[in-house]
Structures are given as structure tokens and as C-alpha cells.
Ligand binder design. Structure first.
Ligand code: AP5
Ligand code: ZN
Length: 220
């Protein structure tokens, strides 16, 4: 199973990715998590992308495409993978298409902007695993601590309201065109085209997981 989770910042891609990856035994490839790890390490890549990420802009296509190509060549991707936060621009999608990387499903998680702004202020993250929580809607078992490791949770630097609003405008401008890109490709009846699914991302985390699984397995 090779799939793309498409959706605005805060739509719940990381939250749903965790369940989907467990169910299908595939790795989650979150370009955001990979870049945040590079920033934390202080690597050359991290130094290059730090400021762009803090302000909510997009890292250049060249960097991202090289990062993803290297990642999907790893042995754990042989049976599939889930892209979370990639592709985010038409050139990134073209790089996969032109490179012959066949994707089975594109799954859009739709949530409107105001809901997203209110969600982000309550988000808490466990950076080492990529697990995400929400202080009200999806709380950890113990306040401020990761369920699995008990380590402290953090707030992301790009989760302040003004940066979230900027990330949303970048999403509408540069990433939302991918909805049409994949829908049009699927409509051409090309057997290389992924199937396109859209689920409403508002409701309990479990109800959205159920819709996601129904979409993926109903078409299996
Ligand atoms: P990235 O890490 O990909 O961030 P994003 O796309 O902005 O998405 P988020 O991680 O913010 O949200 P999510 O959809 O995963 O939501 P989550 O599940 O956490 O990218 C960060 C930065 O890296 C970018 O700005 C860019 O600079 C760079 N970058 C990354 N990829 C790139 C690329 N391909 N090209 C160029 N640059 C790139 O959920 C959000 C909150 O809501 C959580 O608190 C969660 O608990 C809660 N929640 C989840 N589901 C529900 C629900 N059903 N009801 C209520 N609350 C819920
Ligand atoms: Zn995420």
C-alpha cells in the first residue's frame, strides 16, 4: 500500500497516519518530522531550513524531492509507505509521477480554516516519535507526557496563530491545486493514477479513522 495523505496544516494527517501505518505495517514518511529532526540535530540541512519552517513557508522543491527519493529507497519502504505532508506542490507531485513512483491512493482530509486555527493552539507533540495529542480533543493519558515513553510533550514553534494563518494561505495557494491534479489524473482512466478519496476531518479521531479505512478498503 502506497498512499498520500493530503490536507491543510492541522487537518489531522499525523494523527490518522499513526493508525493507518500500524494497520498496514508501512512506514510514515512525514517530511515535516524529517525536517524538524534535522533542525534539532543542527545538520547542514537543518540549518538551511530552520528559518523557513519557523515562519511557515515551504522548503524548496529540490531539497524535499531529494530527501524523499532517498527515504523511499530504504528497505523498509519495499512494501509501501504513507506520505504525510508530501507532495505539497505540483513539481513535487510531478517528481513522483515522472519518477514512476506508483501511488495507490490519495486521501484528502478536509477541515475548514477556523477549526484548524482553534485546534493548533491545543496541539502537543512528542518529537522523537511524531505522536501528536490535543489538550482537549485527544489528550495524553498523563498530563504533558507521551503515552508510550512518558517523555515530556512540546508545543511546535510554528503553532502560534499568525504562523498558522500564514501556513494556511501557503496551503491554499501551493498545495490545494493538488486536489485537482489527482482528481483529473484519476478521471483520465490511467491505470497509473491513484484512486482519490475525500473524508470530512471534523468529528472524533476514531470516526475519522473509520471513514479512512472504509475509503481505502471499500475500494481494495
Ligand atoms: P508539517 O509537519 O507537514 O506540518 P503541516 O502540514 O503544516 O501539518 P501539521 O503537522 O501541522 O498538521 P497535521 O495535519 O499532521 O495535524 P495533526 O495530526 O498534528 O510541515 C511543517 C513545515 O515543514 C512546513 O510548514 C514547511 O516549512 C516544511 N515542509 C514539510 N513538508 C514539506 C514539503 N513537502 N515541501 C516543502 N516544505 C515542507 O493534528 C493537529 C492537531 O489537531 C493535534 O493537536 C491533534 O491532536 C488534533 N486533532 C487531530 N484530529 C482531530 C479531530 N478529529 N478533532 C479534534 N482535534 C483533532
Ligand atoms: Zn503533521
Amino acid at each position: 500500500m502506497r498512499l498520500i495523505l493530503l490536507g491543510a496544516p492541522g487537518a489531522g494527517k499525523g494523527t490518522q497516519a499513526r493508525f493507518i501505518c500500524e494497520r498496514y505495517g508501512i512506514p510514515q514518511i512525514s517530511t515535516g518530522d524529517m525536517l524538524r529532526a534535522a533542525v534539532k540535530e543542527g545538520s547542514e540541512l537543518g540549518l538551511k531550513v530552520k528559518e523557513i519552517m519557523t515562519t511557515g513557508g515551504l522548503v524548496s522543491d529540490d531539497i524535499i524531492i531529494a530527501l524523499v527519493k532517498e527515504r523511499i529507497a530504504q528497505p523498509d519502504c519495499a512494501n509501501g509507505f504513507l506520505f504525510d505532508g508530501f507532495p505539497r506542490t505540483i513539481p513535487q507531485a510531478d517528481a513522483m509521477k515522472d519518477g514512476g513512483v506508483k501511488i495507490d491512493h490519495v486521501l484528502e482530509i478536509a477541515v475548514d480554516d477556523e477549526e484548524i486555527v482553534s485546534r493548533m493552539s491545543g496541539r502537543r507533540c512528542h518529537p522523537a516519535s511524531g505522536r501528536v495529542y490535543h489538550i482537549e480533543h485527544n489528550p495524553p493519558q498523563e498530563d504533558g507526557k507521551d503515552d508510550v515513553t512518558g517523555e515530556p510533550l512540546i508545543q511546535r514553534e510554528d503553532d502560534c496563530e499568525s504562523t498558522v494563518r500564514h501556513r494556511l494561505s501557503v496551503y491554499h495557494e501551493q498545495t490545494e491545486p493538488l486536489v485537482g491534479y489527482y482528481k483529473d489524473w484519476a478521471a483520465q482512466g490511467d491505470d497509473q493514477a491513484p484512486r482519490y478519496h475525500r473524508v470530512e476531518g471534523v468529528g472524533s479521531v476514531e470516526s475519522i479513522t473509520n471513514q479512512v479505512l472504509e475509503a481505502l478498503e471499500g475500494q481494495a
